[in-house]
Design a binder for this molecule. Sequence first.
Ligand code: FES
Length: 143
Amino acid sequence: MSLNYSKKTLDNFRNPKNIGEIKNPDATAEVGNMVCGDKLFFSLKVKDEKIKDIKFLSFGCASNIATASVMTEMVKGEKLKDAKNFDWNRIVEELEGLPRQKVHCSVLAVEGLRKVISEYEKKNKTKQKNSELPKIRKNKKIK
Ligand code: FES
């Protein structure tokens, strides 16, 4: 059975954008689909609460690669709070449609985006909490 992929999907599959891994990322996350077994790994760099850079590695199908490629292009420069609400329909529109049985690939990409942002927020909260802790004074005399 052959699937009808749009030209844009095939272009993004053949020449994916943002493929690879960021050195010294602010956060990483991996997601997978239990049914098809496909996986995506994301690395993220943040500046001023905006996505400075995002890259992915795919262990999946053609539309897994194409959806992650367009999504990472679309979210670069977006505020984290906006990127968290990124809708997978935007990927399908951008790719000028996906075969019905491949729509879940775009959902998986968005799941990965949300997870990597949430990993970043978790790390940042811990950093903030630690910086709020009172500093222990050395040589303080105990009475
Ligand atoms: Fe499952 Fe593409 S077939 S992510």
